[in-house]
Structure formats: structure tokens, C-alpha cells
Design a protein around this ligand. Sequence first.
Ligand SMILES: Cc1cc2nc3c(=O)[nH]c(=O)nc-3n(C[C@H](O)[C@H](O)[C@H](O)COP(=O)(O)OP(=O)(O)OC[C@H]3O[C@@H](n4cnc5c(N)ncnc54)[C@H](O)[C@@H]3O)c2cc1C
Length: 311
Amino acid sequence: MNVWVIAETPALATELVSGAKTITNGAAEVTAFVGGDEVAGKQVAACGAAKVTVLPLLANAMWEDYTSALVEKAKAEAPALILVGSTKRGKDMAAQLAALLDAPCVSDCKSLTADGDTKTVTRMIYGGMAVKTQTTTAPTVILTVAPKSYEPLPEDAANAGSVDVMAAPAASTVVVTGREPKVVSGVNLNDAASVVAIGRGFVEKDEMKLAEDLAKAIGAEMGCSRPIAEFFKWMPEEAYIGISGQIIKPQLYIAAGISGQAQHISGMRDSKIVVSVNKDENAPMNAQSDYYIVGDIKEVLPALTKAFSER
Ligand SMILES: Cc1cc2nc3c(=O)[nH]c(=O)nc-3n(C[C@H](O)[C@H](O)[C@H](O)COP(=O)(O)OP(=O)(O)OC[C@H]3O[C@@H](n4cnc5c(N)ncnc54)[C@H](O)[C@@H]3O)c2cc1C
């Protein structure tokens, strides 16, 4: 099956290559389009793409400007599937591709089965609380896939496919006149093995120290629910977890004073071990947890910190 993957970064492209092979049970012949340079392209090829085309980010153009060239190529090569990384840019490009190719676009795809011309796709809805099944007979289907959905295959130089570089896109009416790096907060939830996340169970900002002490004792990164970052502004936006924030997959996730609404669960449901600390025994987060402690954060967190510090 001829499958394309499109991603801005080699890290995401390697995940999508793995995803393409997984959802097609290994039947995908993968062509990858990746942002970056030839080094990035070679990395993606070594992770299983048969062909890689690099889409360099140019000084005066947007990465999305490559869409027209991709549409022409897709018309010529008719891929059965196009997997696009579900980032802000990726979602934008997926929608444009779908409109210009007159192809269906299924967002947040989780699985795919093909039976003759019929493709059946499942996707998460209601913030990850339900799964919807959709079928299509369209010859090309566009799927957006959330980052961290698939583990990249190990790099193997012997598998290296061909790498070329796409010609610069035609001039667009939108011209990039400058780029400024975003001020980074230092929060790096994506690579964290353990995360201690706080929610509205913390009433005063000073109480954050209880969670910070625990995070320090176990070497965890701090995260939060959306209200803590967006409304209270106690933590940067990059620190909130959920459907509209970060999607993370740590080994250990400790949710302190977080109720566990669907929008939050969407961002941490793939954590390996989940621990909830909540004074309400019926908090939905408890049902999502491997372990839960019913109690007040002001008593439970210092006890956990002490226990971990003494180990
Ligand atoms: C379109 C949309 C997108 C959204 N996206 C996100 C998202 O990406 N991420 C996200 O997090 N939210 C998101 N939300 C908000 C979400 O619906 C919830 O409102 C939010 O997650 C609740 O945050 P919380 O659990 O911190 O607060 P609450 O729901 O108020 O829960 C606080 C919890 O703390 C417990 N508690 C209180 N005091 C203590 C104490 N002393 N000790 C122990 N426990 C205590 C309570 O029992 C309760 O369970 C979104 C909402 C919408 C509408």
C-alpha cells in the first residue's frame, strides 16, 4: 500500500513511519515528507521510510507553502493514505490537502483496517472518552495522527531509503518577514520520565511548594491542569496537559488535586503508571489511576515526599 507521511520534524516523521507500518500491518511502502535538512531526511529513511523528501524551512516562506507541490505530487502518485502529524501546522496542512485533493480527512486517527476499497478508521471523540468508527471508499484518505501515538522503529542504516530535497515552493501572497524564537519556559514534559501535575485542589499559589518538593524528591517535571496555567497563570502554558495542551506519555504520572475531566485525561491517558491524590473518593481521576490516595494534598504530598526522600 502506497502511504505518505508528512511531518515538520524528523522525530515526528519517524513516529508516523512506524504508525503507517503498524496500521497497515506492515503492508505500507512509506514515502515521507519531512521538515529540516538532509541529515533529518537520512534519519527518517533509516527508520523505515522507502523514500524521503526533505521540505526545508525557507527564510521568507511558510512550511505550509509546500502544500501546492504536495497536492500535484499526490495527484500523480495517488497514495492510499496520507498520515499528517497532528500539530498546529500539520492540522492546517491536512485540511488544505483534503480540500485541494477532494479527499476525506479523519482527525486523531487511532486505527485503520482495509477491506478491498473500503477503509475503516477509528478516531477518538469527546476528548478521548469515546471511539468513533468511520468508513470510506475514497482512493486517498488523509489521517491526522497525534504526536507520541507510535514508537519510532529503531534506526538501521541498512534500511536507508532514498533522500531528496523538494524545490522551493512558488512565491505565496503571504511572505514571512521575520521569525522570533518563542520564549521557552524550561518545562520539558515531553521527555520527562515522571510528572507531578497539580490542579485546582491547590487553592493558594504557595501550596505549589508541596508538589515541587515531591517532584524534586523523585526527579519529576512539574505539570498542571489547564486552569492552573490559563486562569491562575501559576505555571506557563507549556505546562498544562490535555486535549488542548501537552500530550504526554511518562512512566509515572502523579495527579494532585486534579478531578480528571475528559479534556485532561486525553493528554495523559498513555502514562504508564498513574497515581491520583484527591480528597474526593469519587473523583474521575481515581478511576483512571493505577493507585489513588484519598486525602488532602496538604497531608498526602509531604508524606510522599518524606517517604521518597528517605529511600
Ligand atoms: C474545549 C475545552 C478544552 C479543555 N482542554 C483542557 C486541557 O487540555 N487540559 C485540562 O486540564 N483541562 C482542559 N479543559 C478544562 C477541563 O474541562 C476541566 O475544567 C479542568 O481540567 C479541571 O481542572 P482541575 O481538575 O484542576 O479542577 P477541578 O475540576 O476543579 O478539580 C479539582 C479537584 O481537586 C480536588 N481537591 C480539592 N481540594 C483538594 C485538596 N485539598 N486535596 C486533594 N484534592 C483536592 C477536588 O476533589 C477536585 O477533584 C478544557 C475545557 C474545554 C471546554
